[in-house]
Design a protein around this ligand. Structure first.
Ligand SMILES: *[C@@H]1O[C@H](CO)[C@@H](O)[C@H](O)[C@H]1NC(C)=O
Ligand SMILES: *[C@@H]1O[C@H](CO)[C@@H](O)[C@H](O)[C@H]1NC(C)=O
Length: 308
């Protein structure tokens, strides 16, 4: 009976094509959940927040239902990891786990797939370059100090290379605090901020956590070198609870293991490579910069020596 009512609702909505809906059925075969999804990617929803670094804001990227659905999936996984902790006797870790993130599966269900497709349409970057969607919960007082999403070490770059872009989706509206802040963004001082912003947010270009909104920012510059202006953090939650969901997108395939070899053989291992290459170091200092096939140098990419 319940199911029939849902199907009628679905049929009506599909015919009118006003509100796209999806059914999401979990693995236990519980009754289908009706999720009203946001419209497909529409560039008119996007505004530029900054060009240095490149930051874009998409109001209403996710529907309320999609946000609630992701939070629900996050909670389910969190519960599981806490139970596992308890069973192994390490229950002291549960509080730490609560505040850290958990990853969904790629295409875990139809709602997740739709969101992943929408992210690819917005960023123009392939889904296979992206890591799995992560769900984070910040409770009162929790924050992430400013950090870079690109890596400084070589090991972390093996799978897909650097994190090129980050899409950060807000799954809840935080009453006070919890802003995403970019302390190095050019001209952040001129952003008008009233008292609704936290003190932390006043130390950089800030984006408020509003349910359904998403920010896209690029951690690398257009030439592929790390962009130090992309430094960002999450301000302390002062009032309310923050649920957010980052999606990191790499320069190469994250899913295809064969892309690992390529990154090992040809990449810049220093942020300074482009500058060194421009000043002639590829010729003057070839052993260090380019090296050999067996012993690669620091800056094969910037020296255009990828085909060694
Ligand atoms: C995109 O959004 C704008 C403004 O809301 C709207 O006028 C336009 O019809 C939308 N385009 C599509 C293809 O839905
Ligand atoms: C967790 O452990 C406590 C005792 O260490 C136990 O009483 C409780 O039932 C356990 N909870 C679960 C969910 O297993």
């Amino acid at each position: 009976m319940e199911m029939r009512r849902l199907l009628v609702l679905f049929a009506l909505l599909s015919v009118t094509a006003v509100v796209p809906v999806l059914f999401s059925r979990n693995k236990n075969g519980d009754p289908a959940e009706v999720v009203v999804v946001a419209p497909p990617f529409n560039a008119s929803g996007v505004t530029v927040i900054s060009w240095k670094p490149r930051i874009f804001l998409y109001k209403g990227f996710l529907s309320d239902d999609e946000c609630d659905h992701l939070v629900k999936l996050g909670k389910e996984k969190m519960k599981r990891s806490m139970v596992a902790d308890n069973e192994s006797g390490k229950s002291v870790m549960s509080e730490v786990r609560t505040s850290s993130g958990m990853f969904l599966d790629k295409q875990q269900d139809t709602v997740v797939s739709t969101i992943e497709e929408r992210i690819a349409a917005w960023t123009l970057l392939p889904e296979e370059n992206a890591e799995n969607i992560q769900i984070l919960r910040y409770e009162h007082g929790q924050r992430y100090d400013p950090h870079f999403d690109y890596f400084h070490d070589k090991v972390n770059q093996l799978q897909g290379g650097h994190r090129y872009a980050t899409v950060l989706m807000y799954l809840s509206t935080v009453e006070k605090g919890g802003e995403t802040v970019f302390p190095n963004a050019e001209g952040w001082e001129s952003q008008l901020k009233d008292d609704s912003f936290s003190d932390c947010a006043k130390k950089g270009l800030a984006v408020k956590a509003v349910k359904g909104d998403a920010v896209l920012f690029f951690n690398l510059q257009a030439d592929g070198t790390p962009d130090p202006l992309s430094l960002h953090g999450s301000c302390s939650v002062i009032e309310g609870e923050k649920w957010s969901s980052p999606k990191w997108i790499h320069v190469r395939s994250y899913d295809d293991p064969s892309s690992m070899k390529q990154s090992e053989e040809c990449s810049d291992l220093s942020e300074n490579c482009a500058a060194w290459a421009a000043s002639g170091e590829c010729n003057n200092n070839a052993v260090y910069m380019i090296g050999t096939k067996d012993s690669p140098g620091q800056c094969q990419k910037s020296c255009n020596a990828c085909s060694l």
